[in-house]
Design a protein around this ligand. Structure first.
Ligand code: ZN
Ligand code: ZN
Length: 350
């Protein structure tokens, strides 16, 4: 049996073609893909920044679907179940796995980033990583469990306490960070960004103050002014540039915590004064993905509407339009989340 898939053959060469439907082993399930959210990582794969050594590859990792085949060892899963899957695969027996840090396992791989993913009609996944979606979660929100789990992983690392101030650099996934800060009882919540439409969204997601970087001389000073001159108790870097990381370290108050969330290029560096870290007792927590119970927690928050990501959903496009959508996301900064579906024949706004 064949299926349509978007295959990254080499950087900048994404081809829609017929490929065999994945064959599942005893420990795997086959999932018919409903939606996949386009992520910045997909652009990095497209441009050759990531995974160039893994090509040809079917990318796509933020997804929802319906089980259409079940391996012999799979438990509690049936054909027809609405699901998503934790994309993080670790060895389970190395030092890091045994220490409970599967994300830094040396054999760590991610579905759709290192192995074939979901820009296709079908995908296979290890049954143990599959999460059933509650009835209340539609397939769009189901495809948003993955980014939600990443933000939850970061929020758990930060451990924001009630009444603490949180400044967030970036108004993309920064919106979700704002929503989680609100759930944790943070105040005030400050979001710093450039795009006016995204900053307005950040307000919807719980920001008390928004700062447009083109409207102020220095966003660091602007955050200090909103926190009695101290700087924020917690600062989340959710942009991923050296400049914004440097701002984050200046924006956090002495004794405060910076959460490293945005991904920079692997060779990029920042200037930080160790003097400030030592005398200021500034802390850093870092997180690279959502894993394990971050997924069940993400599903619970989405199911019970503690977090409604729908205002971020811009557009759904057919699989055939993946490449143009990747480019549109770079050019049109008003777009936030764009989904791809092999079942759509024309695009629809959400
Ligand atoms: Zn992603
Ligand atoms: Zn391991």
């Amino acid at each position: 049996m064949n299926m349509r898939a978007a295959v990254m053959e080499k950087p900048h060469k994404l081809v829609i073609k017929e490929v065999p439907v994945p064959e599942i082993g005893d420990d795997e399930v086959l999932i018919k893909v409903k939606y996949t959210g386009i992520c910045g990582t997909d652009w990095s794969i497209y441009t050759g920044k990531y995974s160039a050594d893994r090509l040809p590859l079917i990318p796509g990792h933020e997804f929802s679907g319906v089980i259409s085949g079940v391996g012999r060892n799979a438990k509690n899963l049936q054909e027809g179940d609405h699901v998503t899957a934790d994309i993080n695969m670790s060895c389970g027996h190395c030092f890091y796995c045994k220490k409970g840090n599967p994300l830094i396992c040396p054999e760590f791989t991610q579905l759709g980033i290192h192995t074939d993913g979901t820009y296709a009609e079908y995908v296979k996944a290890p049954w143990e990583l599959v999460h059933r979606l509650p009835k209340k979660l539609d397939f769009l929100k189901g495809a948003f469990v993955e980014p939600t789990s990443c933000v939850i992983h970061s929020a758990k690392a930060m451990e924001v306490t009630i009444g603490s101030s949180v400044a967030i650099l970036g108004a993309g996934l920064g919106c979700l960070h704002a929503a989680l800060a609100r759930l944790r009882g943070a105040a005030p919540i400050i979001v710093v960004g450039r795009n006016k439409k995204k900053l307005a969204l950040a307000e919807k997601f719980g920001a008390d103050h928004i700062i447009g970087i083109d409207d102020v001389k220095d966003p660091v000073t602007a955050v200090q002014e909103l926190t009695e001159g101290r700087g924020a108790d917690y600062v989340v870097e959710a942009v991923g540039t050296p400049g914004t990381y440097e701002q984050a370290f200046r924006m956090v108050r002495p004794g405060g915590t910076v959460a490293a969330f945005g991904i920079t290029g692997d060779q990029e560096t920042i200037a930080v004064r160790p003097f400030d870290l030592v005398l200021g007792e500034k802390k850093v927590v870092s997180s690279c993905a959502g894993v394990g119970n971050d997924w069940t927690d993400a599903i619970a928050l989405l199911e019970y509407d503690r977090l409604d990501p729908s205002p971020l959903f811009s557009l759904a496009v057919p699989l055939e339009e993946l490449e143009s959508a990747l480019k549109e996301l770079r050019e049109n900064k008003e777009l936030t989340k764009v989904f791809v579906s092999p079942e759509l024949s024309k695009r629809k706004s959400l």
